[in-house]
Every structure is written in structure tokens, then in C-alpha cells.
Ligand binder design. Sequence first.
Ligand SMILES: [Fe+2]
Ligand SMILES: [Fe+2]
Length: 207
Amino acid sequence: MKITDINMLSADDYILLRKAILQKLKKRLTTKRFDHTLRVEETASTLAKRFSGNRRKVEIAALLHDYAKNYTDSEKLILCKKLHLELSNHEQNNLDLVHSKLGAELAREKFFIYDTDILDAIKYHTTGRPHMSLTEKIIFIADYIEPGRKMFDELAQVRQAAEVDLHSAIVKKLVLTIKYLIDRGQYIDPITRETYEYYFDLHTTHK
Ligand SMILES: [Fe+2]
Ligand SMILES: [Fe+2]
């Protein structure tokens, strides 16, 4: 059965789905990644409460956001081919980046999740994108501020911002991400730049 809206599931079916996902994640992920995933779920759930988000959508998106992270590069390539996922030159040279969109495809393939809000939150959790839904924003931030991340001053500022204003947290996170990439001479995905410009404008005009 295709799940087009996670909120249509009965309480029992939802519990079963969550259990099935956790079982697969345990096999699929390293312990470190599995623990990160659980912390992202908890953080996302807290943010959903704080900003009136949808608890089920953020929980399932959080659980599956890094599903494809621990595949080897060659496994990622094989899966992308099988699922007809087109890769840019940049993605082909940086296969770690592919885990987001591959994760969304696998959520559909393995768990029959067709809830587009969940799929988009998985797909865009690394780059973000302009006009993100509340679920997408929550996953984008929860992934970054979950309590297992090594603490540094600027991260504390993103966490603080996320107490009151998601857009401010998004801008702060993107500044850090872009700085990090520039410092290492790495490529900045155009969508990351667009996301930064979009939320910078939105945040400053609504101040
Ligand atoms: Fe990720
Ligand atoms: Fe993650």
C-alpha cells in the first residue's frame, strides 16, 4: 500500500511502520549514524512541537534522512542506476552528496512512502531549498543542531535561534555551511546559495 499521507495511518499502523524502519536502519547504518538518526528524530519532534509542525511527518523524515548515507560509493552508483536517478558531474565526483536524493527514492522503494512532504524533507536535507515546507525546515535544522554535534560558538547560536525563529536558524546554519565549504576550497551547490539568498531576504525583510 502506498502511503501518500502519513497522517492517514492508524496509530497501530504508524507504530508498525516506525518499528520496521528502525529494524532496517539498525542493519543499514553504522552505530554512530544510527544514534545520530535517533537524535535528529528527537530534535525534530521537539521543533515540531515548538513550531506547530506535523509530528509524524518530521519523525519519519528524520528517521529516513540518512538512510543511504552508509552505502559505499559503488553501491550508491548501482542504486542510482537502478532507480534511474540522474547525477550531475559534481555529484558523480562527490557521491556522499547523493545520499539525500537516494534516501528519498529508497523511502519510496523500501517503505512505500509517497508522502511528498516527507520525501522532500529527505531529499533537501543537505542543501535546503527556497520555499521549504515547515517539515523540510525542521529536518534541515534538526540535522544540524542535534545534541550529539560537537559544540562550537556558532553552533550554539544556531541552536539559540532555533528556540524562537526557524528562518534565523536557517540563515545562520547556511552561513556556517558556506563558510566551511569556502575555507576548504570546496564547491558550493547552487541550490545552497539560492537557499541562503532566499532565507536571508525573508529573514531581513520580516525583522
Ligand atoms: Fe545527511
Ligand atoms: Fe544527518
